[in-house]
Ligand binder design. Structure first.
Ligand SMILES: [Zn+2]
Length: 227
């Protein structure tokens, strides 16, 4: 059963499925866009390539939303809820966010020094002022988010954390499940190549401790806190 048929059958459990289906991923559609056409009894679904790695349950919600439009029917399913939540939780997708110059500069320094300028620049944004999660890379919208706790930190700290997140982007394509971030042996090996790594990590620990003095909890080991 194709995912289109599955989506339909969950919407209309008592109706037969009278269509042929075709599904195509492409890069022509804008980010996370999709459309469906019904012509000569064939339902043709086109999805932006970004959808490929998204969970089927969310995709089913998307397809159901499209089916309801094309069939001019209203209905509601748990999958449509999943889909709506998914879209809501990725506010960056449609806004085409501008990267911050300070983060861009850090990215470019690393890209030159360690990636032969081969890494395509993701969105680079400041996030919350978090000392728990220092930074993370979001595969779905290709965005590195950096804690604003590092906005005024020395450049070498920022660069090191940026390097860590850039490795996530760089290595995701060599991993079996690109949707998740791993600190694989390969990742750790690459991370260990960073000059003065131990020293910079100590400085970051120190910075966290200093900033945390006004707060309650102290992270025990900062490494586990990187996304
Ligand atoms: Zn990480």
């Amino acid at each position: 059963m194709t995912i289109i048929q599955q989506s339909y059958t969950r919407l209309f459990p008592f109706k037969p499925f009278p269509y042929q289906t075709s599904l195509e991923y492409n890069r022509r559609l804008s980010p996370f866009n999709a459309n469906i056409k019904l012509s000569k009894n064939t339902l043709s679904l086109h999805l932006n390539l970004q959808w490929k790695d998204i969970d089927d349950e969310i995709k089913i919600g998307l397809i159901q939303s499209l089916l309801l439009k094309i069939l001019k029917t209203k209905s509601h399913t748990p999958n449509i809820d999943l889909y709506n939540n998914f879209i809501k939780n990725i506010p960056l997708l449609t806004e085409n966010p501008k990267s911050h110059p300070l983060l861009e500069a850090s990215f470019q320094r690393n890209n030159t020094q360690f990636f032969q300028n081969q890494l395509e620049q993701p969105n680079l944004l400041w996030g919350a002022q978090s000392l728990r999660k220092l930074a993370h890379y979001n595969f779905h919208n290709d965005t590195i988010v950096m804690s604003t706790a590092f906005q005024t930190a020395p450049q070498e700290m920022l660069d090191y954390i940026m390097y860590h997140e850039m490795l996530h982007k760089h290595l995701q394509f060599h991993q079996h499940n690109g949707r998740h971030s791993y600190h694989s042996p390969q990742f750790k090996h690459a991370e260990n190549l960073y000059p003065n790594k131990a020293q910079i990590e100590q400085q970051i620990q120190q910075l966290i401790r200093t900033q945390k003095r006004t707060s309650t909890k102290t992270p025990s080991f900062w490494q586990v806190l990187l996304g």
